[in-house]
Every structure is written in C-alpha cells, then in structure tokens.
Design a protein around this ligand. Structure first.
Ligand code: AHG
Ligand code: MN
Ligand code: MN
Length: 330
C-alpha cells in the first residue's frame, strides 16, 4: 500500500483542541484545561514505561496490597506516582482519590477541582502484553477554599462530574475524554510526543452484538443476570472479554456492545469502583449516546458514601443496557 494511502493527515493536537474548546466550560479560567494537559503529560510518561515492560524492571508484583486487598503491581505504583506528581504541580486540584491510596491525597487547598483516578486499569494484563488503561474523573469542589470536606466536596454523585476520560495503552495509545459536550478521542504519535484528534464526536451504536462479562463467575450471578447472559447466547451475540475495563469499554463503544460486571454472591456490589471506574465511563457512555446502570438505575445518580465504594456495572449501547435492566429486574 502506498504511504499516501495509509498516512493520516496530521491534524488538531490535543493541546489545540483543549484551547479551542475552553470557552465551553462553565467557569472558564483555564484551570480545567491545565488539568487535562497535566493528565495527558503524565499519560505520556506512563505510556513510555508501559512500552518498555519486559525491558526494564516494571513487571510483576510489588509484594504489597492496596486498600482493597488487591496485589499491587509495580506499574500500578509507578503510574500512581506519575499521575499524582503531574496533578500536584499545577495547583488546580485540592484532592486526589486514587485506587492506590486509602485516604484521599491532599493537594493544594486553594485548588478548585477534585480528581478521582484509577492510575492503571487492568493490571493483571501488564505482564502478558495485553491492553491496559488509566481512568480519570474530575469534579469541581463545592466549598470555596481550604481543606476539602470529604462528604461534601469529594463524595459527589457522578452527575456532578465536569470532565472524565481514559487512556488506553493498546495497539496505539489513545486518550478519550468528555467535558460534557460530546466525546472526542486522540491518538498518540510517539515520535512527535503529541496526541492528535483521531476520533471526533464519538458515539456508541444504539444496539450491538458484543457482550463482555467474566462468564467464569456465572454460578455466583443472580438469576436475572444469567437470564440476560442466556438472552445474549440465544441471540448468538459475540462474547469478548479482555479483563481490562478500559479496553473492553473502548471496543464496545466503537463497535456497539455491553460490558457487565454484576454483583456476585461473594461481592454484593460487584468488583468495580464507583468513583474512579464506573462514574467516569458512565459520563463518557452517556455523552456518546450510550447508557450506564448499576442494574437498578442510572449509575451517575448514586450518592457515594465511601471513596472506594464498589458498584455493579452495566454499560454500553443503550438498547442492550435497557434489555439487561429489564431481565435483571424481572
Ligand atoms: P484494576 O486493574 O484497576 O484493579 O481493575 C481491574 C478490573 C477491570 O479492569 C476489569 O474489567 C476487571 O477488574 C476484571 O475482573 P475479573 O478478573 O474479575 O474479570
Ligand atoms: Mn481498574
Ligand atoms: Mn487499577
């Protein structure tokens, strides 16, 4: 194939795009834009490290556990350091919730924003060269300044998010985000060190034929959830499950599909975390015309009581999520 036929035109950089769209933000002072740039910068550093897995000593376990009792991988810890450092520098954020930190991390007391982050999602896939990701969610604090109040400034509903996004370290690295005005995706060009707009105005097909679930857990799902899984089989849908939420969600967003991580008999609220996994992707799903539910209702309407609260998740194409809700509640 001739190069001219396969090369994409070099278009709008992430920086330029953020600048051009800054006036869409409700309280436009440039601080949210700076936060997005800081996240993008940290993701480039993490991407560089991810792509060297196997060459430098970043694979494998740290031998420690995070607050949820999960084994921490070296890259979990490293990614957490990279994002925390990048978000501390600018002073825009007052607090950071991370999967890797038990309590929230105090940043700048004058900062207007609160960030929730899963620095490295899909960490069981690091050592086997399968796609992994980062998920982030940004809120505006409610109190004007000073030490943020956890129950008031930090534990906000997903519906209050001002921005959310993810980075997918896949066959190429992509950053996808929303500020509540649609969803846009940017692909990283490593030799230039820049993200370029490659997927403008992303939308999820209203219906699809892919279902993504850890079917090994079927015996511990509710009858309603299993009814939906049988429904998918009856329809001869395609099963696709990577085990990296970001990668599974991204594929389903492009192709049409549903991702489900239901409650199990052991984990009554499922496995995924409301504040830095479910809500961020729910905001993106809704902005792309899709839907996100905890099986009972809209996930972004749930009032969190804990930084690391878990929630069942049913997310993706609107018709598929509605069908799942119908059978779960039947
Ligand atoms: P993390 O690596 O941040 O702990 O997240 C892992 C999550 C999610 O990415 C994935 O979809 C899910 O766990 C997989 O869980 P199972 O192995 O139970 O299917
Ligand atoms: Mn995760
Ligand atoms: Mn993680």
């Amino acid at each position: 194939m001739e190069e001219s036929r396969i090369a994409l035109p070099i278009g709008v950089t992430l920086d330029r795009f953020i600048k051009n769209n800054q006036e869409q933000f409700q309280f436009s002072t440039g601080e949210l834009s700076q936060l997005l740039r800081d996240i993008a910068l940290a993701s480039k550093v993490v991407n560089r490290e991810v792509s060297k897995a196997g060459l430098i000593d970043i694979m494998g376990s740290m031998g420690s556990q995070n607050m949820a009792g999960d084994q921490q991988q070296k890259l979990d810890v490293l990614a957490n350091i990279r994002f925390t450092r990048a978000l501390t520098k600018g002073g825009e954020a007052c607090a950071l919730i991370s999967e890797e930190s038990e309590t929230y991390v105090d940043l700048n007391n004058d900062g207007k924003y609160v960030i929730a982050i899963d620095p490295l999602d899909g960490s069981s896939n690091i050592d086997v060269n399968v796609s992994i990701g980062t998920i982030f969610s940004i809120y505006r604090r409610k109190s004007p300044a000073g030490q943020p109040i956890q129950s008031f400034d930090i534990l906000q509903k997903g519906a209050a998010q001002v921005a959310a996004g993810y980075i997918l370290y896949g066959s190429s690295t992509m950053l996808v985000y929303t500020t509540g005005h649609g969803v846009n995706g940017f692909t990283y060009e490593p030799s230039l060190g820049e993200y370029f707009l490659s997927h403008p105005n992303m939308t999820i097909p209203a219906n699809g034929t892919i279902y993504s679930v850890n079917e090994g857990l079927t015996n511990s799902f509710s009858e309603g959830v299993n009814k939906y899984i049988y429904y998918c089989k009856d329809k001869k849908y395609t099963a696709r499950y990577i085990g990296s939420l970001v990668a599974d969600f991204h594929r389903n967003m492009l192709k049409g599909g549903i991702y489900l991580y239901p409650a199990t008999s052991k984990d009554k609220n499922g496995k995924l975390r409301l504040m830095y996994e479910c809500n961020a992707l729910a905001f993106i799903a809704e902005q792309a015309g899709g839907k996100a539910s905890d099986g009972k209702g809209r996930i972004m309407d749930v009032s969190p009581l804990d930084l690391h609260q878990r929630s069942p998740l049913f997310i993706g194409s609107v018709q598929m999520v509605e069908q799942a809700e119908l059978l779960i509640q039947s």
